[in-house]
Design a protein around this ligand. Structure first.
Ligand code: UD1
Ligand code: UDP
Length: 406
């Protein structure tokens, strides 16, 4: 009897958050019989992506290597689309999977559309309703939705946003966010007594356990310039509190690094460190009292670890966390940031109320729901969570790496 041709699935990602959120999906895809799964790394991020690939033992089949120092959004888009054409022409994927709202995900979705593949959009339906904030992500996610054939919405609010735009209900599945799948597994590995945990404790022995740790990340393009200066000033003022210690892994974008280094280097109790590998960052999240961020992924992770998260933005596409009382939008004004952090540190009742809220972003089983829908096999949704044995998400060995340079 003739065997059915395998279903060809191409997963495309290129930035740090996409890699973290795609890792559980590509791992499962590789294990499935009847599926030929390939990974295309665009290389939109280089060092920050490589850290995640290592953490999850991921290997790409294609690497487009598009990153340039200080790259412009339109340039990176154009380079990726040109480089993706030969990859899709060679592999002829039945499905292309993209995640989120970066240049990588939208460039891949549009290329797949032009090349005639079906497109599964993971983390679909996030909206602020404002094309200027976040920029350019709000436009990216709307553009991807126009060409996607399956929309994997992390929450019912995201589903409702897609319905309101006229996407048919039977094209949308509410799955939870795959970041929770990745986080729970790494958090378990990081918490378990053993060599991983003791290595992290050794590496971070310089943290002062008597001080409250405020963990900071920031990189939004709409905050470049004045807003970053105001954020840095807020951190300087907060660090004047002797009971506080600030740890800030600084994003590699030069528009972030320049003001942060200029305004915060050498400030007592402010630790500027390089972007951290995922295990190390999850460890820092676990040690933090408060998370101060403009990151999308960190807004989703902090509530799952019961850490109050203060969001340095005026808008959010993740209002589920604000509604659940586990996150607050504090904007980018110096006074408002200082007041919000101090208010939580000084008011145990307010702190406990935020720390005890429910995580609205998923139960760690999003991957199964996505693949059940994509491959038309409901049994995949029920598959148990895979336990980690060493803190790394292992992939089948022997994957090929092809370099197709643009
Ligand atoms: C990108 C995404 C943003 C996402 C963020 C996650 C776009 C337009 N922006 O923003 O949606 O939230 O990633 O972090 O898709 N760089 C390095 N090494 C790296 C990564 C970046 O040196 O590993 C530097 C380079 O100078 C690069 C610059 O950062 O040119 C900007 O990178 P880019 O991907 O264009 O934008 P991000 O600010 O990282
Ligand atoms: N992260 C990390 N190391 C760091 C900072 C963040 O691994 O030093 C992880 C974080 O846990 C989250 C993701 O990176 O999963 C968020 O990425 P980023 O803030 O760059 O992008 P966004 O989510 O805003 O698109």
């Amino acid at each position: 009897m003739k065997r059915a041709a395998p279903v060809r699935v191409l997963s495309v990602f290129g930035t740090r958050p996409e890699a973290i959120k795609m890792a559980p999906v590509v791992e499962r895809l590789r294990e499935l019989p009847g599926v030929e799964s390939r990974i295309c790394l665009t290389g939109q991020h280089r060092e920050m992506l490589d850290d995640v690939l290592k953490a999850f033992s991921l290997v790409g089949d294609y690497d487009l290597d598009v990153m340039r120092p200080g790259q412009q959004v339109a340039d990176v888009f154009g380079r990726m689309m040109s480089a993706l054409v030969p990859v899709m022409a060679e592999f002829k994927p039945d499905h292309v999977l993209v995640q989120g709202d970066t240049a990588t995900s939208t460039a891949a979705a549009l290329t797949a559309f032009f090349q005639g593949s079906k497109i599964g959009h993971i983390e679909a339906g996030l909206r602020t309703g404002n094309l200027g904030s976040p920029w350019p992500e709000e436009a990216n996610r709307r553009l991807t939705a126009v060409v996607a054939t399956r929309h994997y919405a992390p929450t019912t609010r995201a589903r409702d946003a897609l319905l309101a735009e006229g996407h048919p209900a039977n094209h949308i599945v509410v799955t939870g966010n795959t970041v929770i799948d990745a986080l729970l597994r790494v958090a378990e590995a990081v918490s378990r007594p053993g060599p991983v945990r003791s290595g992290l404790e050794r590496d971070f022995a310089w943290l002062d356990p008597r001080r409250r740790l405020v963990l900071v990340t920031g990189h939004r393009r709409e905050s470049f310039g004045d807003a970053f200066v105001r954020i840095c000033e807020a951190l300087r003022l907060l660090a004047a509190r002797p009971d506080v210690e600030i740890v800030y892994p600084v994003h590699l974008n030069p528009n972030v690094r320049e003001p942060v280094a200029r305004l915060l280097s050498g400030v007592e109790r402010v630790h500027l460190i390089e972007p951290q590998g995922y295990q190390r960052f999850v460890y820092l999240l676990q040690r933090a009292s408060i998370v101060l961020t403009d990151s999308g992924g960190v807004q989703e992770e902090a509530p799952a670890l019961r850490k109050p998260v203060l969001v340095m933005r005026d808008t959010s596409e993740r209002m589920e966390a604000v509604d659940a009382g586990v996150a607050r939008l504090v904007g980018t004004e110096t006074g408002a940031i200082v007041q919000a952090v101090s208010g939580l540190l000084d008011n145990p009742g307010a702190y406990a109320a935020m720390a005890q809220g429910a995580n609205p972003f998923g139960d760690g089983r999003a991957t199964g729901r996505i693949l059940a829908d994509l491959l038309g096999d409901p049994g995949l949704a029920a598959a148990p969570l895979v336990r980690l044995d060493s803190g790394a998400v292992r992939l089948a060995a022997g994957t090929r790496l092809k370099r197709l340079r643009p």
